[in-house]
Design a protein around this ligand. Structure first.
Ligand code: CO
Length: 241
């Protein structure tokens, strides 16, 4: 029976480039069987329709898989990932994904999820040249420049963690200010935008307390979140922010 199916066999003689991929295809078959056994009708239900409540905007890093970290099954979270979890105002890829999630899937929550130890954030912070992505990471450098008063006085390792968090906060703001979310809120559609950061070392997600669910609260929530990061000169400057 198996031999009649298209996936099998894929061997190194069939294609030298496929070396090692047979394991993945075998594993996939076991997963599909186990899922069907656990929940009959799972795939037929999902094949008809997806209705996720959540949208995840995360880093492309292989160590941060949205479904696994949150214990969600396929069909439960709509995912967009790129290097350093950025939402750039003119990025049609991200904006189209957000628009589809909000207007068609009617997700209730969008979480921007950064992670500590992000190579993109580190490169931006240290000015490392890694190639084409340098241009993309300029957006993270913009975040760093904008908040350098809250970053530059910290020891290097802490700077990196704080920039990971600040980058998430900025991207939450970018999602909230997008036309898609502004329009959704204007017509009364309930959708909240959240900022989380994931720890590679402990597997835990942290809520950065920057949830926005109405256009009136964007500026306040944003300002409050940033004030949690003291300025280096706050004592001398009379404690501003
Ligand atoms: Co990353």
């Amino acid at each position: 029976m198996h031999s009649a199916e298209p996936n099998v066999p894929l061997t190194s003689t069939a294609s030298p480039g496929a070396d090692g991929l047979q394991d993945l295809l075998d594993s996939n078959r076991r997963w599909a069987e186990a899922t069907k056994a656990r929940e009959p009708g799972f795939f037929t239900r999902l094949a008809r329709q997806q209705s996720p409540r959540y949208m995840w905007i995360g880093c492309a890093d292989s160590r941060v898989p949205a479904n696994e970290i949150t214990g969600l099954d396929p069909g439960e979270v709509f995912v967009h990932r790129n290097v350093a979890n950025l939402v750039v105002h003119s990025d049609l890829n991200a904006l189209s994904t957000i628009q589809f999630a909000v207007e068609h899937l009617k997700v209730r929550h969008i979480m921007v999820v950064g992670h500590y130890g992000c190579a993109g954030v580190r490169a931006a912070l240290r000015g490392l040249r890694i190639g084409l992505a340098d241009n993309w990471l300029r957006h993270v450098q913009d975040v760093r420049l904008r908040h350098r008063g809250r970053l530059d006085h910290l020891p290097p390792e802490q700077q990196e963690d704080v920039l990971c968090e600040m980058n998430v906060i900025e991207q939450v703001g970018n999602v909230a200010l997008s036309t898609v979310i502004q329009d959704a809120w204007a017509r009364g559609q309930p959708v909240a935008v959240h900022g989380w950061v994931y720890g590679l070392k402990d597997g835990l997600l942290k809520d950065l307390g920057v949830t926005m669910q109405a256009h009136t609260e964007v500026v306040d929530v944003f300002a409050r979140a940033l004030k949690r990061y003291p300025r280096g000169d706050s004592a001398a400057a009379g404690g501003e922010g």
